[in-house]
Design a protein around this ligand. Structure first.
Ligand code: GLN
Length: 305
């Protein structure tokens, strides 16, 4: 057996011993129904090799990992001017916090907390005539699977319980930092988050991050090389919300987590890594997923700095 497969199998058995230490997200009732004790991991090399372990065929809700895609689509259309709507600084607060928005005139700290992602989705909605259709087409092309879709029960459940996100969008509107109808943007945002993919499909979708902005699936430039490098920097500083510093210290890679239990991590010019396990810690990040990435970084001697 090759080195990566054997490492992934070791990680799989070690991470399963952490089951029971976290809790599945329950503030979106439909997500609370997921079977907690699952684990999967995929490593996609820039040469196109794929290594997997665990429940690698099981699809899950990508949730906040969608924020990387919506930001990429918005950057394609706005370039640098997007940063008038949203900042680039780590927040140090929870992903769904409202506190800084009021203090900072309705400009969210970064595009990876909910407020920032909502401002980005609003910007996208202003420049793309059918944003949901365009987003779905993009996911299907980047993943190489034309059947990828969002889970209707999950998106409906999140939309029904949209109170905090609606509060953020309305607060931004009061500061003239939200142009479209709040519910129209929220409805799409909930669908972007409710996309379901397995670890391999997710790694393929985000393969451009490790590959200088060029998708390994389509072989086309998705975002420019410079934007790609900036995206990795933003993921490094803000991809795990108020646990971004700990992630940078322990794992040392750009990353983006979601409350569905997945974490995407990038080793530029080498690997796109996706790990998924639904039990979360208090920051909304996968307990087993963090441990898996820590083991992977250690055993593969990944030291970006
Ligand atoms: N859809 C979720 C929300 O808006 C995404 C949060 C997350 O994955 N951290 O609350």
């Amino acid at each position: 057996m090759d080195q990566i497969t054997s490492l992934l199998n070791t990680i799989n058995s070690e991470c399963r011993s952490l089951f029971g230490q976290g809790q599945v997200a329950n503030y979106i009732p439909e997500l609370a129904k997921i079977k907690p004790q699952q684990f999967a991991m995929a490593v996609l090399t820039v040469d196109g090799e794929i290594y997997t372990t665990g429940d690698a065929k099981t699809r899950f809700s990508i949730q906040s990992i969608s924020k990387v895609l919506t930001l990429s689509l918005a950057l394609q259309r706005y370039g640098e001017s997007l940063w008038q709507r949203v900042g680039k600084e780590p927040s140090g607060t929870a992903f769904n916090s409202l506190i800084q928005l009021e203090m900072e005139n309705g400009v969210p700290r970064n595009p990876f907390i909910n407020a920032g992602a909502l401002a980005v989705c609003d910007a996208l909605q202003s420049r793309v005539s059918a944003p949901l259709h365009h987003y779905l087409e993009t996911v299907r092309q980047l993943s190489g699977n034309s059947k990828i879709n969002f889970n209707k029960s999950v998106s409906k459940s999140e939309f029904k319980h949209r109170f905090r996100n609606a509060a953020m969008a309305n607060l931004m509107k009061s500061f003239n930092n939200f142009d479209n109808d709040v519910d129209a943007v929220l409805s799409n945002y909930c669908k972007y988050c409710a996309i379901e993919m397995n670890v391999v499909e997710l790694a393929k979708t985000f393969s451009f991050l490790a590959n200088k902005g060029v998708s390994q699936t389509t072989k086309e430039t998705f975002i420019s090389r410079k934007q790609n490098s900036q995206m990795n920097s933003l993921m490094f500083t803000s991809g795990l919300y108020d646990a971004a510093g700990d992630f940078a210290y322990r794992i040392g890679m750009p990353g983006k987590s979601g409350v569905g239990g997945a974490i995407l991590a990038v080793v530029p010019e080498r690997y796109t890594v996706v790990v998924w396990s639904p039990e979360l810690n208090q920051y909304g990040n996968s307990v087993a997923g963090l441990h898996a990435l820590e083991l992977f970084a250690k055993e593969m001697e990944i030291q970006l700095f």
